[in-house]
Each structure stands twice: as structure tokens, then as C-alpha cells.
Design a protein. Structure first.
Length: 466
């Protein structure tokens, strides 16, 4: 029997792409048609949408491979309207929680988490690459997905563990919860497309349950924390959910996986370092109850934000920045969007240095998002509005480019590509920016900006830091 030939409604939906991307887009389109036919999944007939499919397929191996492997996902996302709909607060969280709530054991939980991740990352990447959403919405979606997976998984794991081993009891006589401090870009609600999530586990002061054989609080919450890490980061045929990095906890890898509020407060008061203050600016508690999250936030606040104008923070930040620069030079990462000169990290340094210096007195500087802080700096007259505008535009451009790089293969990339195809994918689908092609065809962009004459004295001091 002859093999059935599959044809599309539009003869060449990839014809509007750059020439160097057309062959790969055509191959992926035909592979998708075959997979959809085999799975009896409906292929959108609209010619404009077919062209959009090819454009997104050309931009991302991850999206193309996911659609070819599970062609029904695209149909499902279209039929329910989620692919075309803008995001609303808590909608994604409720969707993830509903899918995880039906899990009966840890094995099923892992499977559901990974499939939820594939579905939602496909939706988020598609909307970004198709140009249907803004950078803030993309970053918020990625962060909310991580939040939802962490909280829903933790809720199930905590219930299962408590059914086997009685939970430690807090001061109110009720079972004490495990809280998760989201750090870095997750804490700020600015998560990358393919980023590790930096977490710290902690719990309110508690005592072992009175039942025989009950675990100590540290043993109990260490076991629960490890189960959460495994649920998120173990890799199988469905991949992983998020890579989890626990190195920011007190004492780093040498420290307890989970520590009490009391132990955490003692550590930061007696041994906390300036770079840990810098990291804690973005810390955001997940899990537990409202009272526990508020207590943890208040516990950390005096360590991060001093009551006086803390100009001593400049020296520590200068040392930290010097270390980063040396590492960049040692590894030849000058073309790194995040770490290279004038990259994402330097813009974050500007915003967070002002937070450390003035956040103890100025409550408006106690926010987590970089763009929010830059806007406040302009409103307070701490930076020239023109400099803030330039930094905001630079930050958005770099984060957009970073996300597009990572969406190509769902890999944690921050270096500019040197292959012609990947250059075309990045330049063609990233908003206009200062792209340059140097001798030898190497793609680069200007990582530097010029700052106008500062309007505030401490801003002038900070410029010297850079």
C-alpha cells in the first residue's frame, strides 16, 4: 500500500522566513503534519496561522520538537483558548493546582508535573516567539509557573509525609509548615525561560510531635525538602520541571538543607555577608500560611535594609563586581548577555546598590523587580530620567534576547551565537536593538551605554563603582 502523502493548505507557509531558515522550517512543518496525522490531531487550516507555526518552529527547536512529539498539545491549547489569551493573575496557578491535586503518589506527581511543564512552556514560548505578548508578561508567566509547581507539589508531598510521620508542632500547637524562599529572578518574578531556580528551605520554630518515633524538625523538613527537590529536578523520559539550586542557603552546601527561623536569624545576624544581603533583596517566601510568610519577611528585613544610609555597601559591591569581571575574563565571556560588560548583571547592580544604600529609609525601594526599582529611582530624583530610560530599554532588550536564546533549545544560554542560522533566528525574532556583525561573521551587540551628567551626589559615587 502506498504511503499517503500529506499536504498543507498553504503550499509554502515558510516562504516569508529568512532564506537560511526556510529549509529547517519546511522539514519541521512536514514532520509536524505527519505526527498530527498519525495522532489524529487537527492541523489549523488558516494560512496565516500556518505561517506563524513555521515562524515559531524556525525560532525554537524546543517548540518544534514538543509539537512533533505531542501534536495534540497545540490543538488543545487552541481549542481551550489559552494559546491566544493574555495571562491573568492566579489563572495559571489554579490550572496547575487542579492537575496536580488528582495525583495519588510521588511517581504520578512527577509525571504530571513534567507534562504540565511541557504544556505551559510550549504556550509561553509560542506566545513570546509569535510576538503576541510583552516581556513582562512572559517573565511573570514563567515565574508563576514555577511558583505553582513548587506550591502544589509541596502541598501534596507534605500531606503524604504527614500521613506517614507526624509533623513537628509549632508554638500554637499546630503542625509547622515548610517555607520555600524563592531567590534570584524567581523571587523577583523575572524568571528566565530555561533557568535554575534558587531556593532556601526554612520552617518556623517547632518541636517534635509527641508521638513515638516522630522525627526532629530538622530531620522532618529535610526529608520533605529533598522530596520536593526530587519532584522538580529529577530527569526522566519526560525531562525535568526545574533545576533546583540550594547553594544560597546559610553555610552553602555545608549547611543544613532546611533550618529553623531561629537558626536563620542567628546566622544572618552573626555571619551574613554583603553578597547575601544583595541576594536577599529578591527573596520571596512561598508555601506555609500568611502569618509564617510575614514573620519570615520581617525576620530578614533588618539584615537586608539598614536603618541608616549604608554607603559601606558600595565597597562590598565593588569587590563582588571585580570578582565577576575576573571570572568573565578568565572564561572569555565578554559576549555574555548576562555577565559581559554592560550586561544584565550590571544593570541589576545599579538598581540593587541603591536598594542596599537607601532601602532602610525609603520603603519604595524595597521592591524586587529591576524595572520597578529603576522607575522609583527616577521618581525620587536619584537618577536622571534619561539614564533610567536608557537602562530600562537596555534591560528589556537584553532580557528579550536572553529569553529567545534559551527558547531555541530549552537550554540555559547567555552567549551570542556565532553560527549563521542561530544568528538569523535571534536577529530576526528579537525586537530591534544594537546588533552588529563583526569581521568573520560573529554576531555581537553593544553592551555599553553612556550615562548623562548625574543629578544626585550618591549617583555620581555609584558611577565610579562601574
Amino acid at each position: 500500500m502506498a504511503r499517503k502523502t500529506i499536504t498543507s493548505v498553504s503550499k509554502t507557509p515558510w516562504s516569508q522566513l529568512p532564506v537560511q531558515l526556510q529549509d529547517s522550517a519546511a522539514n519541521r512543518w512536514n514532520s509536524f503534519l505527519e505526527a498530527a496525522h498519525a495522532a489524529k490531531a487537527r492541523v489549523p487550516a488558516d494560512a496565516a496561522f500556518q505561517a506563524c507555526i513555521c515562524r515559531v518552529f524556525a525560532s525554537s527547536d524546543f517548540v518544534a520538537d514538543t509539537c512533533i512529539r505531542r501534536p495534540q498539545l497545540l490543538t488543545e491549547l487552541l481549542d481551550c483558548g489559552e494559546l491566544l489569551a493574555d495571562s491573568w493573575p492566579q489563572v495559571l496557578a489554579r490550572r496547575v493546582a487542579a492537575r496536580i491535586d488528582a495525583c495519588r503518589d510521588e511517581r504520578e506527581l512527577k509525571t504530571v508535573l513534567r507534562r504540565v511543564r511541557q504544556r505551559e512552556m510550549l504556550r509561553i514560548a509560542w506566545r513570546d516567539l509569535a510576538g503576541w505578548t510583552s516581556l513582562p508578561e512572559t517573565l511573570e508567566d514563567l515565574s508563576e509557573l514555577a511558583d505553582a509547581c513548587i506550591e502544589a507539589a509541596l502541598s501534596k508531598l507534605a500531606a503524604w509525609q504527614a500521613a506517614e510521620t507526624p509533623a513537628p508542632l509549632g508554638e500554637n500547637g499546630q503542625p509547622a509548615p515548610l517555607l520555600v524562599l524563592a531567590m534570584g529572578k524567581l523571587g523577583a518574578g523575572e524568571l528566565n525561560f530555561s533557568s535554575d531556580i534558587d531556593l532556601i528551605f526554612t520552617y518556623p520554630d517547632a518541636d517534635s510531635a509527641p508521638q513515638r518515633g516522630a522525627l526532629s524538625p530538622e530531620q522532618y523538613f529535610t526529608r520533605l525538602g529533598q522530596a520536593l527537590i526530587n519532584a522538580l529536578s529529577d530527569s526522566d523520559h519526560d525531562g525535568f520541571v526545574f533545576r533546583v539550586d540550594m547553594r544560597l542557603r546559610p553555610y552553602g552546601n555545608a549547611g543544613a538543607l532546611a533550618c529553623s527561623f531561629e537558626a536563620m536569624e542567628e546566622y544572618y545576624q552573626s555571619q551574613g555577608r554583603e553578597w547575601e544581603r544583595y541576594a536577599m533583596i529578591k527573596a520571596r517566601p512561598l508555601g506555609g500560611d500568611t502569618a509564617s510568610r510575614s514573620a519570615l519577611t520581617e525576620l530578614l528585613r533588618p539584615f537586608v535594609y539598614r536603618r541608616y544610609l549604608d554607603f559601606h555597601a558600595f565597597e562590598s559591591l565593588r569587590d563582588l563586581k571585580t570578582q565577576i569581571q575576573r571570572e568573565v575574563e578568565r572564561k572569555g565571556q565578554q559576549d555574555n548577555i548576562k555577565l559581559g560588560p554592560g550586561g544584565i548583571r550590571e544593570i541589576e547592580f545599579i538598581a540593587q546598590a541603591f536598594q542596599l544604600v537607601r532601602g532602610g529609609r525609603e520603603l519604595r525601594l524595597r521592591q524586587r523587580g529591576v524595572l520597578d526599582i529603576l522607575q522609583v529611582l527616577a521618581e525620587l530624583g536619584l537618577m536622571p530620567p534619561s539614564a533610567v530610560l536608557e537602562l530600562r530599554e537596555a534591560y528589556v532588550f537584553r532580557r528579550q534576547a536572553e529569553n529567545r536564546l534559551q527558547a531555541m533549545q530549552d537550554r540555559q544560554l547567555q552567549r551570542l551565537p556565532d553560527g549563521e542560522d542561530d544568528q538569523a533566528r535571534l536577529v530576526g525574532y528579537t525586537p530591534a536593538g544594537p546588533w552588529e556583525v563583526q569581521a568573520g561573521g560573529v554576531l555581537t551587540f553593544s553592551l555599553f551605554w553612556e550615562i548623562e551628567q548625574p543629578l544626585a551626589q550618591d549617583y555620581a559615587v555609584f558611577v565610579q563603582l562601574l
